[in-house]
Design a protein around this ligand. Structure first.
Ligand SMILES: N[C@@H](CCC(=O)N[C@@H](CS)C(=O)NCC(=O)O)C(=O)O
Length: 202
């Protein structure tokens, strides 16, 4: 498999899961601005959507969209226990978190990476993100250490990645202390540490 990625971007969630399952894979960095591949050529010829992550499977096909790729990898490697089986309500709890992280957190972080953002727009994004994080903080206070309990899942790979963006957009996470403990638990995982190192993030 080959992962088309950008360091620290949402593609990092896929990278974490590749390491969690012990996959053999290659990495290809994409320039987010020019859409050029590190090895040459245009990423748009591979993925016309123009955004990461994109995973080339061993049969040569390409799979995109974080939620789809994470579920594919987890289902292809059930022994890693990253997603409960079809029919188990806990599976849909994990998928529920993935939808929440994607639609309610990830997308609200995106404007904060725009250097031209106005103070008003930044404040509005931070307020929405704060509400979303507050809910996660409360849920983690009732359970944990991971989103659905004791077991690290693909939703945790995604949330760990998105929480990492707070430092880049200078967002203080201290109002949500359970998220600090959560990030610490995730960061102590060998697969997460290996991913951060491979992406040059530490
Ligand atoms: N719907 C996509 C969104 C992916 C996405 O937002 N990727 C960002 C990085 S976190 C990206 O590549 N942005 C560059 C661009 O859109 O040009 C998914 O879930 O995979």
């Amino acid at each position: 498999m080959k992962l088309f990625y950008f360091p620290g971007a949402c593609s990092m969630s896929v990278h974490i899961v590749l390491n969690e399952i012990g996959a053999t894979y290659e990495l290809e960095k994409v320039d987010m601005m020019t859409k050029e591949l590190e090895s040459g050529g245009s990423f748009l010829d591979i993925n016309p959507k123009g955004y990461v992550p994109c995973l080339q499977l061993d049969n040569g096909e390409y799979l995109t969209e974080v939620g789809a790729i994470l579920q594919y990898l987890a289902d292809s490697n059930p022994g890693a226990n990253l997603l409960p089986a079809v029919g188990d309500l806990q599976r849909y709890r994990v998928v529920e978190f993935i939808s929440y992280i994607s639609g309610e957190l990830h997308k609200n972080f995106a404007p904060l990476f725009n250097p031209e953002i106005t103070d008003e727009a930044r404040g509005a994004s931070l307020e929405i993100i704060g509400k979303r994080l507050g809910l996660l903080n409360d849920q983690l206070g009732e359970g944990g250490p991971f989103l659905t309990g004791e077991q690290f899942t693909i939703a945790d790979a995604y949330l760990t990645t998105v929480l990492g963006w707070a430092q880049f957009v200078k967002m203080d996470l201290s109002p949500w202390p359970n998220l600090g403990g959560y990030a610490g638990a995730a960061m102590s995982r060998p697969a997460v540490l290996a991913t951060l190192k491979e992406e040059g993030m530490m």
